[in-house]
Design a protein around this ligand. Structure first.
Ligand SMILES: *[C@@H]1O[C@H](CO)[C@@H](O)[C@H](O)[C@H]1NC(C)=O
Length: 169
């Protein structure tokens, strides 16, 4: 009998250890969100052969819940020497809209955030939940780009070419 009680106590101790470990785990990163930041030298809203990766650019990931101004999660990060950021995100963000936006450029010659004036404001929606069939903890976001103030010289020819190609469709 004594040994059965002892076994039970051990079992309960083991269970509470597991639940403690579970609690500790919930503050660890659940997702890694990675993506690139470019300088888009032709002031288009897509990445092309002239776009240059930008090290040291600041980005922000923000999740919004239901209701006006309901920011449920926010984290900032910076691109490495390859122009790639990697954000460690805590928690599961089902029922929230999460997106990455540009915060600060590292290049004074390329620090404009496009808007409807010349291109669509870049943002990068991302799904951060394990409950919708997407597996894996690393999520890759669409690239983001600051725009150059001055149109780079090879762009004129390039944009003409694109216009011709889209006329063909
Ligand atoms: C904020 O959004 C979360 C997730 O959608 C929701 O559970 C919560 O009720 C919202 N809070 C407010 C104040 O609307």
């Amino acid at each position: 009998m004594a040994s059965l009680t002892q076994t039970r106590i051990l079992f309960i101790a083991a269970l509470s250890f597991v639940s403690l470990a579970g609690t500790a785990n919930s503050s660890a990163p659940q997702f890694y969100v990675e993506g690139e930041v470019y300088c888009e030298v032709c002031r288009t809203d897509f990445i092309n052969k002239f776009s240059e990766l930008m090290p040291g650019a600041k980005v922000k990931l923000e999740c919004k819940g239901e209701g006006e101004g309901n920011i449920t999660y926010s984290i900032e990060g910076e691109t490495n020497e390859k122009g790639l950021y990697n954000l460690a995100v805590e928690g599961d963000h089902e029922d929230e809209e999460c997106e990455i936006t540009l915060v600060k450029s590292s290049r004074p010659d390329c620090d404009e955030v496009p808007d409807e004036g010349f291109a669509v404001t870049p943002n990068s929606r991302i799904t951060l939940t394990q409950h919708n069939g997407v597996h894996g903890i690393t999520r890759h976001a669409n690239p983001l780009a600051f725009a150059k103030k001055e149109f780079a010289p090879p762009c004129a020819e390039f944009l003409k070419q694109i216009a011709v190609d889209s006329d063909d469709d």
